[in-house]
Ligand binder design. Structure first.
Ligand SMILES: NC(=O)c1ccc[n+]([C@@H]2O[C@H](COP(=O)([O-])OP(=O)(O)OC[C@H]3O[C@@H](n4cnc5c(N)ncnc54)[C@H](O)[C@@H]3O)[C@@H](O)[C@H]2O)c1
Length: 346
């Protein structure tokens, strides 16, 4: 297939680009190269004759029309988004513009192209979203695909809005879509403002390791390469119009996740004190959802997909990757806002 992948210079999008190229697909990577982007993430894939890059903004409809007409994709995998909850608290407008208006533009450009092509049945618009659209869970229960939407942050509200647009474009215009909502990802090439890389890099720098509130919030951690595999599975085998939740089957409290990373570092990069001594509890995020957990039943039974690594295995690989790839993360620490506490203005 020829895949038009948006956000392919970001964390998850680049993992999808790398796997798609390995699998023999042709890829057009469409990315505006915002602060969160890094073309080094796809440097190997970019050597392939099957790879093309388009620097474009999904808020620019004319650019999208040109890219569809020029590349004639068989499918779209739409990952481009503003993705950091803390930044959405400080600057919600950027999230509405890219995640809502940008997705609207993608849908309209895809619909115009699909109609002009004679509405090919095999065309797919795959919208990639988050489990945060479902809001927060208490101590028990899991999100299913039928869980009502109840987003709590500007980020999750903007993603919920985009999900509703995608659903409406399928119902109203018949656009052939599939949709996925996944849990928290981690792994190589994770931008150093998100929890897992923040912990690793603060630990290595000998600085306080910030943990929001009491660290009791629970997330269901998904290794990014497993996620990329799941996304390509849903794109190719998912039922038309259906949505799938993707989880890592790895629930952990933030504080336990942070301690596990510290223990891995104690083994891999020993020093005279335990890294866990650097853990510092800081002001909680406003509106911080307590618990997310995915019921993976649908993707497991209908598509036969399960994650390949446990949290311990995935964290071990991730810590090793950051130890081996300082040349990747060091320059990113100079980008705006990285290393600072954001999202406490509310
Ligand atoms: N990271 C997670 O844990 C997670 C969990 C669930 C869902 N998601 C979703 O997965 C997708 C990818 O997330 P990520 O963590 O890789 O994000 P990311 O921030 O690492 O990457 C986003 C990419 O989108 C690009 N982009 C941003 N605005 C753009 C615009 N206006 N036009 C074109 N490109 C633009 C950026 O340049 C960047 O390369 C997002 O849609 C996000 O909502 C992420």
């Amino acid at each position: 297939m020829k895949l038009l992948i948006t956000g392919g210079a970001g964390f998850i999008g680049s993992a999808v680009v790398r796997q798609a190229i390995r699998d023999g697909h042709a890829v057009v990577n469409l990315d505006a190269l915002t602060y969160a982007a890094c073309l080094e993430n796809v440097a190997e894939a970019a050597k392939s004759p099957n790879y093309a890059f388009e620097k474009a903004d999904i808020r620019d409809r004319a650019a999208l029309d040109r890219i569809f007409a020029e590349h004639k994709p068989d499918a779209v995998m739409h990952l481009a988004a503003e993705s950091h909850v803390d930044r959405s608290i400080d600057s919600p407008g950027d999230f509405i513009q890219t995640n809502v208006i940008g997705t609207f533009n993608m849908l309209e450009a895809a619909r115009a192209f699909w109609q002009a092509q004679g509405k090919p049945a095999a065309f797919r618009f795959h919208h990639i979203s988050t489990d945060e659209v479902f809001g927060t869970l208490g101590e028990t229960g899991q999100f299913t695909e039928e869980t009502p939407y109840a987003p709590n942050s500007p980020y999750s509200a903007s993603k919920a809005g985009s999900d509703h647009l995608v659903r409406a474009w399928a119902e109203t215009y018949g656009l052939p879509i599939v949709m996925t909502n996944c849990s928290n990802n981690y792994g190589p090439y994770h931008f150093p403002e998100k929890l897992v890389p923040v912990v690793i890099l603060k630990a290595l720098a000998g600085e306080p390791i910030p943990v929001y509130g009491k660290g009791e919030n629970i997330r269901d951690w998904l290794y990014v390469e497993d996620h990329a595999d799941a996304l390509l599975t849903v794109l190719q085998k998912g039922e038309l119009g259906r949505s799938y939740n993707i989880g890592g089957e790895n629930e952990a409290r933030n504080i336990d996740l942070v301690r596990t990373i510290c223990t891995i570092l104690d083994e891999k990069r020993p020093k005279n004190a335990a890294y866990a001594d650097q853990i510092t509890f800081v002001t909680d995020r406003p509106g911080h959802d307590m618990r997310y957990a995915i019921d993976p039943e649908r993707i497991r039974t209908e598509l036969g997909w399960r994650p390949s690594v446990t949290l311990e295995q995935g964290l071990e690989k991730t810590v090793q990757w950051y130890l081996d790839n300082e040349a990747w993360w060091r320059p990113l620490q100079d980008r705006s806002g990285v290393g600072q506490r954001l999202g406490v203005k509310a």
